[in-house]
Design a protein around this ligand. Structure first.
Ligand code: PEP
Length: 251
């Protein structure tokens, strides 16, 4: 049985005290979420140590939003996978479209980052997704398929067990436009098929694939009811504990 996951991506929001309060509010309500659903919060680097204290012993896991593509050394401003583990992270998000778009993150860099994250014991939430122009040109399957092949195909079936895929159509992120449940399901099924072509049907069946892009309490249930959607990567709605928990209850 693959894992059901609802992960909040806080992006560059909240000060440290605000983030601690938000995490406390999530923990306080987390018992409302079914036992089989894993909750994760992905927070800025500055927040990770204090949040690790708040989340310790709770059912809410801690994630970073990014990690370095180098192991250690003279890379000013970077944060390594080993540092994230030592700060209490279980996961890191990699390849978010905002990092691809604004910080030049390429699939090749993502291979290095994923390799280091896994080698240090982090699980990876790997984001893929097409932009509006690509969707309008009918290239969404090709774009997502290439991103999956360029990154995931470099890893073993054993390593795949520590990778969660998040399908995030860029045109739906922070725009209020959600992919319809049918649009999301057809890409999720395609991603699972692409994973199966390399790793086999059983490994693909075990891989959790999350949907992200304006997911909120009002649309989560319909999305999560789809056969190949195993939860969500939640941006804006994760900044409100009630909304985040309501999404966690939507299975
Ligand atoms: C995200 O950026 O990962 C995301 C899904 O954002 P939003 O929910 O705000 O669209």
């Amino acid at each position: 049985m693959r894992k059901k996951i609802v992960a909040g991506n806080w992006k560059m929001n909240t000060t440290v005290p605000e983030g601690v309060e938000l995490a406390k509010a999530v923990v306080a309500k987390s018992s409302e979420v079914p036992a089989g659903v894993e909750l994760v919060v992905a927070a800025p680097f500055t927040h990770l140590c204090p949040l690790a204290g708040v989340l310790e012993g709770t059912k809410v896991g801690l994630s970073a939003e990014n990690c370095a593509d180098k192991e250690k050394g003279a890379y000013t401003g970077e944060v390594s996978a080993a540092m994230l583990v030592s700060a209490g992270c279980k996961y890191t998000i990699l390849g978010h479209s905002e990092r691809r778009q604004y910080y030049g993150e390429t699939d090749a860099k993502l291979v290095d980052k994923t390799r280091l994250a896994l080698a240090n014991g982090l699980d990876v939430i790997l984001c893929v997704g097409e932009n509006l122009e690509e969707r309008d040109a009918g290239r969404h399957f090709d774009v997502c398929g290439e991103q999956i092949k360029n990154v995931l195909y470099n890893f073993s079936a054993e390593e795949l067990k520590h990778i969660v895929v998040a399908y995030e159509p860029v045109w739906a992120i922070g725009t209020g436009k959600t992919a319809s449940a049918e649009q999301a399901e057809e890409i999720h099924a395609f991603i699972r098929k692409t994973i199966a072509e390399k790793f086999g049907a059983e490994a693909a069946e075990e891989t959790s694939i999350l949907y992200g892009g304006s997911c909120k309490p009002s649309n989560a249930a319909e999305l999560f009811a789809q056969k190949d959607i195993d939860g969500g990567l939640i941006g804006g709605a994760a900044l409100n504990a009630d909304d985040f928990i309501a999404i966690g209850k939507s299975f």
